[in-house]
Ligand binder design. Structure first.
Ligand code: C5P
Length: 213
């Protein structure tokens, strides 16, 4: 059985930063599943413009290749918005389940994997060894996202980031398939008042304990 750490949580909660740091520390392979939804949004916009349809996206998903994803293209706020709309299409989620589980089967690390997203501990890997659910206040998440966007020269205001996060949280929590919710056996970590080193410390002790079981 491949050792699996499943990390879910809200947009801007710090789950991606934590996932990457955990993978690095424990020598695990890392998969940011948000890139799948962002990648589909990128291709849909590129091929069909903003009026792409559900059928367009389903067809793109059917022939989607993970190794074509270029992370640097995919972090913009606009792709986050479309990714969350695409994430509400049940047929798309069904296709992406397979891709995510394949990552585990073909894992590049024989030590295990860290996977982050919205439904990893609930739907994709319900038997994960460690499940974490990361949250933070809306205002703190907006401050972090704004910092990232400004670093990448995205022209966006704090109020607009707040609005986008609220909309995305609501859509992710209320969709009919695989809504964002903490798995019953997930450890909850609120990062509002702790920095990334402290977050890593809390998560590391949970992972280290499971690895030594
Ligand atoms: O994590 P990130 O912000 O890159 O994800 C973009 C969007 O993709 C999320 O708002 C969510 O709607 C969708 N997503 C998802 N399930 C995942 C990962 C991302 O629905 N496992």
């Amino acid at each position: 059985m491949t050792f699996t750490v499943a990390i879910d949580g809200l947009a801007g909660s710090g789950k991606g930063t934590l996932a990457l740091a955990l993978a690095d520390k424990f020598n695990l392979a890392y998969f940011d599943t948000g890139l799948l939804y962002r990648g589909l949004a990128y291709v849909a916009l590129d091929e069909f413009g903003e009026d792409f349809t559900k059928t367009n996206v389903i067809n793109i998903a059917k022939s989607f290749r993970v190794n074509t994803l270029k992370e640097s293209n995919l972090r913009s706020p606009i792709l986050g918005k479309y990714a969350s709309e695409i994430g509400a299409i049940p047929e798309v989620r069904k296709i992406l389940i397979k891709i995510q589980r394949e990552f585990k089967e073909k894992s590049p690390s024989n030590k295990g994997i860290v996977v982050d997203g919205r439904d990893i501990g609930t739907v994709i890997f319900p038997n994960a060894n460690v499940k974490l659910f990361i949250s933070a206040s809306l205002e703190e998440r907006a401050r972090r996202r704004l910092r990232d966007f400004l670093t990448n020269d995205e022209n966006i205001s704090y109020d607009e980031v707040i609005k986008q996060l609220q909309k995305r949280d609501q859509r992710d929590k209320e969709r009919s398939v695989a809504p964002l919710v903490a798995a019953k056996d997930a450890h909850l970590i609120d990062t509002t008042n702790i920095n990334k080193e402290e977050t890593l410390e809390i998560a590391s002790s949970l992972v280290a304990k499971k690895l030594s079981d």
